[in-house]
Ligand binder design. Structure first.
Ligand code: 5AD
Ligand code: SF4
Length: 474
């Protein structure tokens, strides 16, 4: 039996059990239905798509308890922060926001403030909250989301803080309530957790071991989305290439991808692929099905083999380039983005220059770039580091110059082309302009004739900016 009050443990989070993972169906305790009637919730989501998807489930559970969504924090009876632990600045943002909520709690002592997501899985964070952030009433982790109903109930009726963070992942729970935030684009989890243990990364500790959902459950979800008019699904996993390994599924991710393609849903994307186990079967599948979009996010992290080795990335620059070559051979117009960390402990100027040289060779369409941030409990956090923050900032700026330069060049090459755009809706800045994405994941702002969100329309590109294209519907 699990205890009611459970703090995270880093030591337990590091463990990987051999046992298989079961799938269970979510059941809402009927006694909890109604506890949220006439109450409102506010949900703030930080970080990656996995968190966005988790927030959709949290919203779904809260709404099945009777809560409705609030328009602002001031208007809410329950405020949840679904947090990200990937870098220190992500955590600082959350602590800042918890600080900002203090005055609301003083005004309304019945307000419940809850912390969820990856930060809740961290021992150091929960200790800090217990010591210094008394306004927080509820803390629950990434493995406790299905328990949200019970936890909110406890938080509402108990005088003490409610903390429930399982450090070891549990079963896969299907049939969870959800409130989809998108109307034509949906996130679909295909697996949870990560077993790669890159030396800088906190994710294997906050999200547990790799567990795949069954092919049937995933296809049911995609087919349901399709029948409800969704046009695009993004298959989510920390490393989707590992999909099915725990199920001993023949064909693994390539098989799943093919099955999802055969549902006939208009657009399929996936994220994130690790360069280490990108099989030829996957390459061939992406090439074979036109509804698998010709855009791949393939995080390289560094252009230097010694750095890659101490990052624990399991590939060399040469092997990475070979994967890109195989992909481009099969899918000539494929676009690429990547993730890069600069200023890894003891990274020399020469090693950083290798990253710049690789960037010049790959000419990525886009990159997410980061200064290395030590995460407590990860192996790299114990490494000595002789690189100053000033140098790291300069490296980031130099890299970002490259990112901008190639993003603009790629966009300029698209001027006068006709592209298919899945319409998201009116642009935020100018409502007479509509925005959406091409199959290659290029953002286009264009003058529309008569379109609504979810339409797929043809647009002529008339101009290129660094981060988006301009166009006219034809
Ligand atoms: N410091 C900086 N960047 C990190 N990432 C992961 N962990 C860290 C860290 N400790 C980056 C990697 C990863 C992306 C999601 O975040 O580039 O691909
Ligand atoms: Fe982190 Fe590496 Fe897993 Fe990605 S593959 S989540 S970088 S440990």
């Amino acid at each position: 039996m699990r205890k009611n009050y459970e703090l995270p443990s880093l030591n337990e989070a590091k463990l990987r059990s051999k046992g298989s993972v079961n799938t269970e169906q979510f059941i809402l305790d009927p006694q909890l239905v109604g506890i949220g009637l006439h109450k409102k919730y506010m949900l703030h989501t930080f970080g990656c798509q996995a968190n966005v998807r988790d927030s959709e489930v949290m919203a779904g559970i809260l709404e099945s308890l009777g809560f409705t969504m609030a328009n602002s924090d001031e208007d809410a009876d329950l405020i949840l922060l679904n947090t990200c632990a990937i870098r220190e600045n992500a955590e600082n943002k959350v602590f800042g926001q918890i600080g900002n909520l203090k005055h609301l709690k003083q005004k309304n002592p019945d307000l419940i403030i809850g912390i969820a997501g990856c930060m809740a899985q961290e021992e150091v964070v929960v200790n800090k909250i217990l010591q210094s952030y008394h306004q927080v009433d509820l803390v629950f982790g990434t493995h406790n989301i299905h328990r949200l109903g019970d936890l909110v109930y406890k938080a509402m009726f108990s005088k003490e803080k409610t903390i429930e963070v399982y450090s070891k992942e549990g079963d896969i729970i299907e049939n969870l309530p959800e409130r989809r935030f998108g109307e034509h684009k949906a996130w679909v989890n295909i697996m949870y957790g990560c077993d790669k243990f890159c030396t800088y990364c906190i994710v294997p500790f906050t999200r547990g071991k790799e567990r795949s959902r069954s092919v049937e459950d995933i296809l049911d979800e995609v087919n349901d989305l399709k029948s409800r008019g969704f046009k695009e699904v993004t298959l989510l996993g920390q490393n989707v290439n590992s999909y099915g390994k725990d199920l001993q599924l023949e064909g693994g991710f390539a098989y799943l991808l093919k099955e999802v393609a055969l549902t006939g849903i208009e657009r399929i994307r996936f994220t994130t692929s690790h360069p280490w186990d990108f099989t030829q079967d996957m390459v061939n599948t992406i090439a074979a099905y036109p509804n698998i979009m010709p855009y791949i996010h393939l995080p390289v992290q560094s252009g230097n083999n010694d750095i890659l080795k101490i990052m624990g990335r399991r590939y060399t620059v040469e092997e990475y380039k070979d994967t890109v070559r195989r992909l481009k051979e099969a899918i000539p117009h494929l676009t690429f983005s990547t993730d890069i960390i600069v200023g890894f402990p003891n990274e020399s100027d020469e090693q950083f220059n290798d990253t710049l040289a690789l960037y010049d060779e790959m000419k990525y369409d886009f990159a997410f770039t980061f200064i290395y941030s030590p995460r407590s409990g990860t192996p790299a956090a114990k490494f000595d580091d002789n690189v100053s923050l000033e140098v790291k900032k300069k490296r980031l700026a130099a890299l970002n110059e490259r990112v901008k330069k190639y993003a603009l060049e790629h966009n300029q090459a698209m001027v006068n082309q006709i592209v298919e755009v899945l319409v998201d809706g009116p642009s935020k800045k100018d409502p007479s302009i509509v925005s959406g994405y091409t199959p290659h994941q290029k953002l286009v702002n264009f003058k529309a004739k008569d379109v609504k969100s979810g339409d797929i329309v043809h647009v002529k590109v008339t101009d290129a900016k660094t981060w988006f294209l301009l166009g006219e519907q034809i």
